[in-house]
Write a protein that binds this ligand. Structure first.
Ligand code: ITT
Length: 194
């Protein structure tokens, strides 16, 4: 497939992962800056999908090209789903994992289940919004481990390792973003053909 999309994000790590996942499939991902948009809309939706649509719509209105936006976060069962859609606002980058670990103090191993969620909103030339979602089930560890990835990766344990201990290829195979981008590819194939 030969297709060019703009990604509505200010997060360089999300952009990198989306490119790693989509460029081998023939989909070129431009940053919003490369497309000439400088958007940072208020993410005041109640769901990942609503926030993804807010970001995608702002950039689509600015550039008029097909756009994707990723709204994602970590939902921890012992914290009633927090930080959830507030994952970016929970604490400044660099302090998020420590705050989460301290809020999980005293929670037993079997109650440390959590999932990463990634909702992607796609807006095509016709301006219609469509959605795909990917999830990744794991547990919250007891300490930060690993230096790869970003955000909550050092405390999210999958198959005995944190996502920050995995290479980006390994993470992309099992991550919420990997699952969402593979669903997006299926949707785009229906729209634009092989
Ligand atoms: P944009 O809104 O500009 O895309 P953002 O970082 O503000 O960037 P979100 O509002 O979707 O994005 O916040 C998601 C937060 O959830 C993100 O900042 C990370 O802290 C966390 N997160 C999302 N995906 C993650 C991943 O793959 N690994 C670790 N943490 C992740």
């Amino acid at each position: 497939m030969k297709l060019k999309l703009v990604m509505a994000t200010n997060n360089a790590n999300k952009l990198r992962e989306a490119r790693e996942l989509l460029s081998p499939l023939g989909i070129e991902v431009l940053s919003q800056r490369e497309a000439g948009a400088d958007c940072d809309p208020e993410e005041n939706g109640a769901t990942f999908e609503e926030n993804a649509q807010i970001k995608a719509r702002a950039v689509f209105d600015a550039v008029g090209l097909p756009v994707i936006a990723d709204d994602s976060g970590l939902c921890v069962d012992a914290l009633d789903g927090a930080p959830g859609v507030y994952s970016a606002r929970y604490a400044p980058e660099g302090e998020r994992c420590a705050k989460l670990l301290s809020n999980m103090e005293g929670v037993s191993d079997e109650k440390r289940t959590a999932r990463f969620v990634c909702a992607v909103c796609f807006i095509g030339e016709d301006g219609k919004a469509e959605f795909v979602r990917g999830e990744c089930e794991g547990v919250i560890g007891h300490e930060e481990r690993g230096t790869n990835g970003f955000g909550y990766d050092p405390v999210f344990v999958y198959g005995g390792r944190t996502l920050a201990e995995m290479s980006s290829d390994e993470k992309n195979k099992i991550s919420h973003r990997g699952a969402a981008m593979r669903s997006l590819y299926r949707l785009l194939k229906e729209r634009y053909g092989e």
